[in-house]
Design a protein around this ligand. Sequence first.
Ligand code: GTP
Ligand code: SPV
Ligand code: MN
Length: 613
Amino acid sequence: MPAHSLAISDDVVVALPPTPHRGLQDWIDEVAARAQPDRVVWCDGTDAEWDLLSEQMIETGTLVRLNPRLRRNSFYARSSASDVARVESRTFICSEHEADAGPTNNWVDPKDMRRQFAELFEGCMRGRTMYVVPFCMGPMGSKQSVIGVEITDSPYVVLSMRIMTRIGTPVLEILGGDGFFVRCVHSVGMPLALGEADVAWPCNDEKWIAHFPETREIWSYGSGYGGNALLGKKCLALRIASVMARDEGWLAEHMLIIKITNPEGRSHFIAAAFPSACGKTNLAMIQPTLPGWQVETVGDDIAWMRFGTDGRLYAVNPEAGFFGVAPGTGPATNRNAIQTLTENCIFTNTALTAEGDVWWEGLTDQPPSGLTDWTGVAWDSGSGKPAAHPNARFTVPAAQCPSIASEWDAPQGVPISALLFGGRRATAVPLAIEAFDWDHGVYLAANMASEGTAAAEGEVGKLRRDPFAMLPFCGYNLSDYLAHWCRIGAAAENDSRILPKIFLVNWFRKDTNGRFLWPGYEENARVLRWVIERVESGGEAIETAIGRLPTPDAIGMSDLNLLPGVAEALLSVDNEVWIDEARRNRAYLNDFGDRVPALDHQQDLLEQRLHLA
Ligand code: GTP
Ligand code: SPV
Ligand code: MN
């Protein structure tokens, strides 16, 4: 058994782990005994640790230090070409009963999966250091927060976790001697033989990302990429947390959170769910052009929501950083993101400039000359290939964002006035719809579909159902998840809960030539303005079969110089198209059996409104 060391420098090695928590100690020993790392390091989360690890990773070639005159304390990593996104086909929900994983998740019997991992982990960290990363999802000390401990043999994961979560000794202090924590185990799955040199991005062609919902455990093997390896994010804060939320009556959602202040100075908070690479980070950091309107950022990817004693729904951002899509992020589309990315960042799979800075498509109109592309070769601008991988990412502390709201790490969270849902829909779905009521909103979100993106393996552009933008992230049976949402609405009828209004939005309508009809980005503030007006009982709306649509005036369409017919296309309902959609929705909901009667009822109502029934 390797000695526990408190810090990674050779001069400080202590035999005792820095926690009185026996359960934690025993588990660390157990995993170390199997994985057989050269040493075990308990991460303290300090700057000194960051400096030491980053220096080590520069030596091994995993990281390149960016030119400090251009980006201070920032690093660049290039992944293996086969490890660039989440792998949904290798992601498993190992509930005791297959039915609890539901029709949309991959399921393996937990006993078999444990056996599988026992084999995979036999000596899998040989030649490497096993890091123990205590982390806190949510503000430190908040009752809403959940503590996890990630064991990993990837220093890239340690540094990324330090940006994305709150890590280190203070977390162990909160955990105390017997606190609850989520066990997260990660290995890149590439042991080193004695004297064998490491590669820049160790990983394994065989990948497994497994969740054990009953015991709240996560095991991940073979990948170093964000969503597969930073286990606090999608694995804990969504898949495991959604199960905890189901059991305890709250919500763990794939949602950004923003604060919107109108010209009169009244503020509202909104949470919005869009599938991966469909605009959450951009909306979270939007700079509205509308005079007098201000938007501030609370979170860009995940929201945990619980009802407060005043009956309102309070949202907490469980993360401490942004893991954002780089391509398409530029001064014109997301200036706040660009201003956030000045220091303390890690960039993965972007291109590298001759000056030692990063570049990606959309950062500037013209690429600089002398780029090295994300695969590490000189980029040929005529090749037709992008210099940055389409899912290239930045990792950056949230507190650095110029638009960060003062409430962003408030322990009690922020009260939500409206929930937005939206996908990438080239056709059918108008710019914005207000749901008639909670159940209708749940129906709209349940039937959401979106075109595939580079954030996960699979065909880009192919339309797939993605209810609540949670298809890849719900840790249990999706029909039970939908029923959970309906139950929250039903409960509110009998108590003093105040439910947020629900809206469906779509920034991605296209014309027949494949061009976006809606300017998007900062102009999305026009939809936010309408949403806030509706929340405050103003704002003009037209009642249609599918919900309430904004009038062109409510959006200010005439200020936008749109081509003739575009405003109409964005704000109208084509009955033929929607009769078709409704039919497909009925077939889709049938997949969920009769576990969600409230949605069946909504389906009937929609068919009646469309004169289908
Ligand atoms: P994840 O981090 O994967 O969850 O993604 P996300 O939902 O945060 O998406 P993000 O904001 O990073 O946007 C993804 C891509 O969509 C980027 O290339 C953006 O430029 C593009 N995008 C964002 N907002 C809009 C919009 O309003 N209109 C159009 N056309 N594209 C947008
Ligand atoms: C997403 O894919 O929704 C992301 C990136 O936010 S990842 O952390 O990989 O899930
Ligand atoms: Mn996401």
